[in-house]
Write a protein that binds this ligand. Structure first.
Ligand code: ZN
Length: 175
């Protein structure tokens, strides 16, 4: 279960609209208590995906023609640079905030995880997808990869009032 505020969701939607027709991506940072994740910050990351025929062949769904996928770019793919991931993990170690998951947009596609998304996902993290249709944010969904890595399940979420976010943050700092 993940808890986040309407402002966090708006930040994801706004980012998705801003990078349209390309995919946006970003990280969800916050606290973990048992199986409850609470988002404290939604942070935009750079999508550094570069089209690669070689790469597409390696992630190709069974039966697809390699040629079809050779020119797929940031309108269908996102990639966070290893340097940025490394910096986030260092930050995680330095601060109390944990990496809770990631978000990205699906320009002119439904907010459902793709085979590519499954390839890159890890269990436990929350993956938020916002569909952006003709430049306008539409459906927003949250997912978790099953332990056997075969499929995603919808993750339940709860909207926190923004003052609740602040009060909880203060309570934690006082501890
Ligand atoms: Zn995706």
């Amino acid at each position: 279960m993940i808890r986040l505020s309407e402002a966090h969701l708006d930040a994801i939607r706004t980012h998705g609209a801003a990078t349209f027709p390309n995919e946006c991506c970003g990280v969800l940072l916050g606290d973990v208590e048992g199986d409850h994740k609470t988002v404290r910050e939604v942070r935009a990351l750079a999508n550094v995906f570069e089209p690669s025929a070689e790469f597409e062949t390696s992630v190709l769904p069974a039966g697809a023609e390699p040629g079809e996928m050779a020119e797929v770019g940031q309108e269908r793919r996102y990639f966070v640079s290893p340097q940025e991931m490394f910096a986030l993990m260092q930050e995680e170690r330095r601060t109390k905030r944990k990496i809770l998951g990631f978000y990205h947009s699906h320009p002119n596609h439904p907010a459902r995880p793709s085979a590519y998304d499954r390839e890159w996902a890890s269990p436990w993290y929350t993956y938020i997808i916002v569909s952006v249709m003709d430049g306008r944010p539409a459906d927003l969904t949250a997912w978790q990869l099953d332990e056997d890595r075969k499929a995603f399940s919808a993750e339940t979420w709860e909207i926190l009032q923004s003052n609740e976010v602040d009060i909880e943050a203060r309570r934690r700092e006082e501890r």
